[in-house]
Write a protein that binds this ligand. Structure first.
Ligand code: IDP
Ligand code: MG
Length: 150
């Protein structure tokens, strides 16, 4: 089953939006596989955002993600990466579709509340970076057959 890393970033945690984010993924039908509330170290922040090194917003991004705790989660489901990005909305909140998390709760790209893996391969890399294998739970829900076709 496809998996995505999801982070409720420091602004989402400070604003009390962890539950709101979890509720949206739960009601979408995605299955939670792992979760931990944590302070992000500088090393983890740099490893996570390595693709953005050298960009003008990089230093601010590292400062932002390490500024307060995050809620790190792994969610799975059919097409989980694309489904989650759709629920999250575009990177720039002013371009995010109404009804998406970034549209409904954010205004600026540097405070866009949430991180989600951008491709299935990125999901694999990011889940391995943030979680040890024993922190992930393989489980079935009674409701799975009413959400997942196969
Ligand atoms: P994504 O989070 O939607 O995948 P990316 O392009 O991967 O977007 O950028 C990672 C994060 O870097 C964004 O979520 C946002 O927090 C931050 N970011 C991206 N572009 C800018 C910018 O132009 N100014 C400030 N922060 C930015
Ligand atoms: Mg990205």
């Amino acid at each position: 089953m496809e998996r995505s890393l999801v982070l409720v970033k420091p602004d989402g945690v400070q604003r009390g939006l962890i539950g709101e984010v979890i509720a949206r993924f739960e009601r979408r039908g995605l299955r939670l596989v792992g979760a931990k509330f944590m302070q992000v170290s500088l090393d983890l922040a740099k490893a996570h955002y390595t693709e953005h090194e050298g960009k003008p917003f990089y230093d601010g991004l590292i400062a932002y993600i390490t500024s307060a705790p995050v809620m790190a989660m792994v969610w799975e489901g059919p097409n989980a990466v694309a489904a989650i990005r759709q629920t999250v909305g575009s990177t720039r909140p002013m371009e995010a579709a109404p009804g998406t998390i970034r549209h409904d709760f954010a205004l600026e790209v540097g405070r866009n509340l949430i991180h989600a893996s951008d491709k299935p391969e990125t999901g694999v890399r990011e889940v391995a970076l943030w979680f040890k294998p024993e922190e992930l739970v393989d489980w079935k829900r009674e409701v799975d057959r009413w959400v997942f076709e196969k």
